[in-house]
Each structure stands twice: as structure tokens, then as C-alpha cells.
Design a protein around this ligand. Structure first.
Ligand SMILES: Cc1cc2nc3c(=O)[nH]c(=O)nc-3n(C[C@H](O)[C@H](O)[C@H](O)COP(=O)(O)OP(=O)(O)OC[C@H]3O[C@@H](n4cnc5c(N)ncnc54)[C@H](O)[C@@H]3O)c2cc1C
Length: 387
């Protein structure tokens, strides 16, 4: 083995690539994690202070994966000796007899996730600063909370390095030659490895073009909006206000979600779960305000304690599949190339378990979870895919 040969190369040091590299290093694999930008950076999908973690999902398979993920998050907290999770609970609101709300409720009840179902009187008493929309149901996932995202990324990368893993940042992968070994060329070096994992977020199709594969992914620019509380603390840390999701209904195309005031004192983060299509290298040329108008209307109606113009707007990218489910699979032509992509704006909380299954695929082990919802083959007849 020469100096630039590795057991495995992982491309992309966002949350998914960092956790994949961490699991590979735990399996004693000589692992290289490549990142195009100098770390830390805010050009992909994993930056920022906070993400929601929850077991409440519309599909049972995600709820089951989260059992594993919570344990792995807690393991990382111990290994890195840092707090990554704060429990707040998650309030789910949606049209009571609508299919989306029903699915959330069904999954929580079937999986025995600690929860509360609130009738309108209980809701009004518990959340006096939220106006419930008539006809809405409400429930609370008591396991949910906030993940400290930037801190988590730093923690997983530093444990990976402590385990002997190598991170090379500021090195963009510019070519991939499939084969045994697979050859990866960056802006400054050439590396070879037995296997390759691509976790390049919004850039994954650009890399896959070297392998003759294109996935039907849409990259979206998301406005990350923070709204000022009229009375500081109303929806903040001290008020024990939970995270929330208002599932789409009443004609809205996407969910709206929020997190109690955390990163900016007196500002609550509330975002629309959809954005405008973009190219990850051209995103700054684009600024759609449609989502902000939807959020302003929603907040004026339901959160009277917030001003309905955002005080801070940041940006982040989603990489969305046609069914909003992830891609966790081997390359259909090259079995030693593994792909983790299309996290569709909800992948952060799964980082530890995504890393675990991508590591298992790369080592040729049986994955710990059923990966059938995440196969590439499901896009076979999609007009935007080339498999
Ligand atoms: C506004 C917003 C809110 C969200 N909220 C939540 C939430 O509450 N809960 C939740 O679970 N999830 C949430 N998500 C989703 C979650 O953050 C993403 O699913 C997750 O971060 C995706 O991680 P990733 O590693 O796939 O991608 P990224 O973080 O984008 O990482 C990919 C990396 O690959 C690198 N790369 C790309 N091309 C190359 C190359 N050629 N050479 C070298 N490196 C390369 C990129 O620079 C990047 O660092 C949210 C996302 C956004 C944008």
C-alpha cells in the first residue's frame, strides 16, 4: 500500500460523510475524508447551529431508524464529551382528519413513542401563545428536541481523527476512475482506495457524471428565517416551548417548522420546507421570497407573539428526491462505489445511522436496517435519471 492508498475514501465532509468516515475508522479501515472547502464552511447543507431531532414521522421505517440514531448520538456525546442534544418535545399540528397528520399519529402510536394527543382545550392551556387553526389536531412527540449541528459536525470529525482518520479539506474531487482500486483525483493529489463513498450533498450528480450515473435530484435554496419575539422569551429556551411542525394541508405545498429561540437571543427560527431550484455553485444569484410570504401569513395567523417580518435570513441547500426518501445504495454498475444522497431536507438527525449503513455497504456487510425504501432502482423509469 503506498502513502496515497486507503481502504476507503469518503467524498464530502457534511454530516453524512463525516459519520460514514467515523464508522469506517471504528472498523479499523484506513479512511480518507475529502472536502472541497476549508472546514468549517456554510456552502452545503450541514452548517448552522440547530436541527430538529424527532421520532415523529409519517413512515414507520424512519421512526425505527431513529431508535438506533438516538443511541448513536448519545454515544458520540460521550466520546466527544460534549452536549449535542437538548430535549424540547415536538408539537405536530395538522388538519385532524388529513392523511399527513393521521400518518404521524399512526406511526407514533404503533411504535410506542412517548407522546401526548391534545384536544383544543388542552392545546389552548398548554400553548397560550399559539392560535390553533380550526379543524387542526395536535400531538407532541416527547422524545424530540434540538441537535447542535455545528458542534455535532466538529465532534464527529474530531473523533474520526482521533481514531486515525485523515481529513483533507480544501481539496475538490475533480475526477473519479471506477475500478479496483478506484482512483480519485483532487485539485492537488491522486488517491486510490478499495472502495469509495460519495456523500457530496447538492454536488453529488456532478461527481456521479464521472461514473455514468445521474439521479433525479433537485437542489433547492432554502431561506432560513429568524423571527423576532414581541416579548423576549415567549417562544424561547426558558419558556420550554417545543419545536413544531405544521404539516401541509389547506392547499400548502410543504410543511412549516420551527425551533424555539436559541442561536440569536429573542429570535425564533421558522422555515418553509421547500425552496426554489438552484445550482449549488450559483445559489447566490438567486433570491425567491415566495416562501417568506407564506411564512409571514402563517405566523401572523398562528404565532401572534412574533413580528411577521424576518429579522435574519440565512441560506442552506436541500437535495430533494422525487419521493423525499434518501438514496442509500451501491452504484448500480460499480459495486465498490457507495452513494448517500438525496436527504431531502430531513437527513441531519439520521447522520449516525446513515453513516453506519453506508459503512456497512462499503464493507460488504449486511446493513443493520432495511434499505429497500432507499434503493436507486426505484428511479428506473424517472425521466431525469440515467441509471
Ligand atoms: C435550512 C435547513 C434546515 C434543515 N433542518 C433539518 C432538521 O431540522 N432536521 C434534520 O434532520 N435535517 C434537517 N436538514 C437537512 C440536513 O441538514 C441535511 O439532510 C444534511 O445536512 C445533508 O448532509 P450531507 O452530508 O448529505 O450534505 P452536505 O452537508 O452538503 O455535505 C456535502 C459535502 O460534500 C462536499 N463536496 C461536494 N462536492 C465535492 C467535491 N467535488 N470534492 C470534495 N468535496 C465535495 C461539500 O462541500 C459538502 O461539504 C435541514 C437542512 C436545511 C438546509
Amino acid at each position: 500500500m503506498s502513502a496515497s492508498d486507503y481502504d476507503c475514501i469518503v467524498v464530502g465532509a457534511g454530516i453524512q460523510g463525516s459519520f460514514t468516515a467515523y464508522h469506517l475508522a471504528k472498523n479499523n479501515e484506513k479512511t480518507l475524508l475529502l472536502e472541497q472547502f476549508l472546514l468549517p464552511h456554510s456552502r452545503g447543507s450541514s452548517h448552522g447551529q440547530t436541527r430538529i431531532i424527532r421520532k415523529a414521522y409519517e413512515q414507520d421505517f424512519y421512526t425505527h431508524m431513529m431508535d438506533d440514531s438516538y443511541e448513536l448520538w448519545s454515544q458520540l456525546e460521550t466520546e466527544a464529551n460534549v452536549q449535542l442534544y437538548r430535549r424540547t418535545g415536538l408539537l405536530v399540528m395538522g388538519k385532524e382528519d388529513g392523511p399527513d397528520f393521521e400518518s404521524f399519529k399512526g406511526t407514533l402510536l404503533r411504535s410506542g413513542v412517548p407522546n401526548e394527543i391534545l384536544d383544543p382545550a388542552q392545546f389552548a392551556q398548554r400553548f397560550p401563545d399559539v392560535r390553533q387553526i380550526e379543524g387542526d389536531g395536535a400531538l407532541v412527540d416527547k422524545t424530540a428536541g434540538i441537535l447542535y449541528a455545528d458542534r455535532a459536525l466538529r465532534a464527529v470529525q474530531s473523533v474520526f481523527q482521533r481514531l486515525g482518520g485523515v481529513i483533507r479539506d480544501g481539496e475538490k474531487v475533480v475526477d473519479i476512475r471506477p475500478g479496483f482500486p478506484v482512483t480519485v483525483t483532487t485539485s492537488s493529489a491522486v488517491y486510490r482506495a478499495r472502495s469509495l463513498v460519495l456523500t457530496a450533498g447538492p454536488w453529488v450528480n456532478k461527481l456521479l457524471s464521472h461514473t455514468g450515473l445521474q439521479l433525479p435530484l433537485q437542489v433547492e435554496k432554502i431561506n432560513v428565517c429568524y423571527w423576532r419575539e414581541k416579548v423576549p422569551g415567549t417562544y424561547g429556551v426558558g419558556s420550554e416551548f417545543p419545536c413544531f411542525i405544521r404539516v401541509k394541508s389547506h392547499g400548502a405545498a410543504h410543511d412549516i417548522y420551527g425551533l424555539p429561540s436559541n442561536e440569536y437571543p429573542g429570535l425564533m427560527k421558522v422555515c418553509y420546507h421547500g425552496g426554489s431550484e438552484t445550482d449549488p455553485d450559483e445559489r447566490d444569484q438567486q433570491s425567491s421570497q415566495e416562501d417568506i410570504k407564506i411564512l409571514s401569513r402563517f405566523l401572523a395567523r398562528c404565532f401572534p407573539g412574533l413580528l411577521s417580518t424576518p429579522a435574519v435570513v440565512e441560506s442552506c441547500l436541500y437535495t430533494v428526491t422525487p419521493d423525499s426518501h434518501f438514496v442509500l445504495d451501491r452504484h448500480p454498475t460499480y459495486g465498490n462505489i457507495v452513494i448517500g444522497a438525496g436527504f431531502s431536507g430531513h437527513g441531519f438527525k439520521f447522520g449516525p445511522v446513515v453513516g453506519k449503513v453506508l459503512c456497512e455497504l462499503s464493507l460488504g456487510k449486511m446493513p443493520s436496517h432495511d434499505l429497500s425504501p432507499f434503493r436507486i432502482q426505484r428511479f428506473q423509469s424517472h425521466p431525469k435519471s440515467s441509471l
